[in-house]
Design a protein around this ligand. Sequence first.
Ligand SMILES: [Zn+2]
Length: 135
Amino acid sequence: MTTFDELPVTCAVCGTTSVHPILMSTNSFGSPDLDLRPAEMQRSTVWMWVQRCPQCGYCADSLDKAGDGADAVTASASYREQLVDPGLPELAVSFVCQHSSSNTPVDLPTPDGRQFTQLGFVTTSLSTNELATFA
Ligand SMILES: [Zn+2]
């Protein structure tokens, strides 16, 4: 069974507090897909794997953590353009921006490869309408 709660999280970049769903528990029965998407029920939690600050647009696993330089990346013109990319669903944009904002010299808990895999989950799932309600 998947459980989640909604809790306030303070953005490490701009200090804004906003409420986000926090995954409390889930399970995964069966093998992952060939693209490494986890089996259900974990698969359906993808919309909780990234948080976006409603004020500055910073995207991360958890908004309360940011590496050095995340504020500069978040304020950059290229990041701001990516944040409003009309060519991708909002959730996919959040994963792309998460990768951009964590692409700093500081080690963050999420490796780049996993973030791209997550983006693949989102775009593949959206194309099959699995996550249409979360887009
Ligand atoms: Zn922020």
